[in-house]
Structures are given as structure tokens and as C-alpha cells.
Design a protein around this ligand. Structure first.
Ligand code: TRP
Length: 317
């Protein structure tokens, strides 16, 4: 089986945008690839995050991932900073990466705008560490949301530069886009669902009934907003009911309150078994730590072997 790698930042709890846009695909790909999934805590350090938040978020994100079906018997799940080699390879890659390429990255520009008082150099070299994450395992498949395409293109450039300078070592990676297009924000139907737009923008896997009901009730119901709610209904609800409501919408007969009620009901139903699992892991954090430690051990084995070969090629050993 080919190797697959993907990562997610521990910046908060998983929301439906993360789930549909990326993580659901991670779960589905577990039978087709040898999967390595990482909670990328070193990447999260580039944002405005306290030590406590970073530590707590890392554990709770690992819990969310386990609860939606990342299976540690099938896949490697680990904390990025537990595996030595990511930062070391990132340094080597940094020496191959033109600054001009990094300056062009839209995520860098967006983040610099979002955190004007903290435009640290880690924010600029972020994609170099991302390339190291992927290539440390010589992963060929990388499931991502479409906002990460530019970073993946840069990963390919870095791999090509390495292969040209030293020896053809890294495979050509292929981004695997989630089959589900972007989920839009509930409070701004022209923007992607995102933590940065605040609580009313998104629904997390941990939201309770009252919160879900309130957020859906308040969701913007302009044309794009209704499309977004219909799409959400499509992913979580009943296909037949979805086509009826869609036809009603096109005929200008759909009651938004009905759509919202139906969607709320389906979301609560979908999240119930997930929340049961979350509760279990929250009550047994040692179990989660053990899963992460075991994942790190497996990842480290691959990383050690590859990094040794890489260092030989570069002339470091
Ligand atoms: N930059 C990615 C994001 O913000 C997270 C990430 C870090 C990642 N390393 C990765 C994704 C490696 C895929 C592969 O979503």
C-alpha cells in the first residue's frame, strides 16, 4: 500500500468544516493507504496560542479524531513534536526553498493580516515544515482541503529541487482533494466555515443540542446561505428529503424554518455517537496518550530510516 500523510493543527475543536472538508476523507482512506495522521503542534506554535491551550488542544483534537473514526489499529496517529526529524528535515529543506516562494503563499499573507503583531519567521517558513512532514515519510498521497493546494505545490517544488541537487529520492506527491467542496460559514455565507469567524460561524463536534439549535436558527438564510444549509443537510440527512427540499427551494416554496429544523435534527443524530466516544476518551486521557505514544513510536521508526538516508545524500553523515 502507498503511504499517505496528512496533518491538522490543534487550534481548537474539530468543526463540521474541518470534518467534511478533510477529516471525513481521512477516515475513508484508511483502507486504501498506509495512513499517517499527525496533530501538528509545531505548526500551531506559529499562531497566537498559550502553552496551556496548545497542550489541551492537542489532546482534545486527538480525541476528536479518534471519535470520528481514525482507527489506531489501521493508521498511525501521532503528535508531530513527538517525532524527531520533522524540524531537522525542515532545516535542510529551508536551504533549498527560495524566500520569494514563501512570500507568495496566501496562507502567510492571510495570517500576517490576522496576527499583525506576531508575524514571526515560523509563519513564513511554515510550508517548509509542512513539506518535511510529508516527505519525511516519503508519502505519495496527501488528503487536504483546497486551501492547502498552494502548500502542496511548494512541497513538490522542494522535492524536485532536492532530487535535482542530490539524487532522485523523494516521490512525486499527489494532493487528494476531499470530494466535498467547501463548507461555508453559518454567519457569512460567502466565507469558508472557520474558527477565525467566531463561534456563530461553525458547529463543533462537541456542541450540545441547545447550541446546535441556536446556531442553525441564527444561520444566514440568503441564497448562498440556504444553499449551504441544503448542502449540510445533504451530507447528514436523508437523500430523498434533500431532493424534495431542494426542488421546493428552486420553486421558491421552501420554508427556511423547516429546513433548519430538519438539519438540526440530523446534526444532533449524527453527533450523538461521536459525542459518546468523546466522553469516553475525555474520561480516559491515559488511553489517548498511549495511542499517541504508540503512534509516535511507529512514525519514528520510518522517520529514522529515511532521515539517515537523507543525511547521507546531503553529506551530513
Ligand atoms: N497546513 C495544514 C493546514 O493548515 C496542516 C498541515 C501541516 C498539513 N502539515 C501537513 C496538511 C502535512 C497536510 C500535510 O490545514
Amino acid at each position: 500500500m502507498k503511504t499517505l500523510f496528512s496533518g491538522i493543527q490543534p487550534t481548537g475543536n474539530l468543526h463540521l468544516g474541518n470534518y467534511l472538508g478533510a477529516v471525513k476523507n481521512w477516515v475513508d482512506l484508511q483502507n486504501k493507504y498506509s495512513c499517517i495522521y499527525s496533530v501538528v503542534d509545531l505548526h500551531a506554535l506559529t499562531g497566537n496560542i498559550t502553552a496551556k491551550e496548545l497542550k489541551d488542544n492537542t489532546l482534545s483534537l486527538a480525541i476528536d479524531l479518534l471519535a470520528v473514526g481514525i482507527n489506531p489499529k489501521k493508521s498511525i496517529l501521532f503528535r508531530q513534536s513527538d517525532v524527531v526529524g520533522h524540524t531537522e528535515l525542515a532545516w535542510i529543506f529551508g536551504t533549498l526553498t527560495p524566500i520569494a516562494e514563501l512570500n507568495r503563499m496566501t496562507q502567510f499573507k492571510d495570517k500576517s493580516e490576522e496576527q499583525k503583531n506576531n508575524i514571526n519567521s515560523g509563519l513564513l517558513t511554515y510550508p517548509v515544515l509542512q513539506a518535511a512532514d510529508i516527505l519525511l515519510y516519503k508519502a505519495e498521497a496527501v488528503p487536504i482541503g483546497e486551501d492547502q493546494l498552494q502548500h502542496l505545490e511548494l512541497t513538490r517544488v522542494i522535492a524536485r529541487k532536492f532530487n535535482n541537487k542530490y539524487k532522485t529520492y523523494f516521490p512525486t506527491i499527489n494532493p487528494t482533494l476531499s470530494p466535498i467542496p467547501r463548507v461555508m460559514s453559518l454567519n457569512a455565507s460567502n466565507k469558508k466555515m472557520s474558527k477565525s469567524l467566531g463561534e456563530p460561524s461553525y458547529i463543533t463536534l462537541r456542541d450540545n443540542k441547545a447550541t446546535i439549535t441556536k446556531k442553525i436558527k441564527k444561520a444566514v438564510a440568503d441564497e448562498a446561505g440556504v444553499h449551504n444549509l441544503l448542502d449540510l443537510y445533504y451530507y447528514f440527512g436523508d437523500a430523498k428529503k434533500h431532493s424534495t427540499m431542494k426542488a421546493d427551494f428552486e420553486a421558491n416554496k421552501l420554508m427556511n424554518s423547516k429546513l433548519k429544523e430538519e438539519l438540526t435534527k440530523e446534526l444532533i443524530k449524527f453527533l450523538k455517537p461521536i459525542q459518546t466516544k468523546i466522553k469516553h476518551y475525555e474520561a480516559h486521557p491515559k488511553e489517548v496518550e498511549k495511542i499517541l505514544a504508540n503512534g509516535a513510536k511507529q512514525a519514528q521508526k520510518i522517520a529514522d530510516k529515511n532521515l539517515k538516508e537523507i543525511k547521507k545524500l546531503v553529506g551530513l553523515i
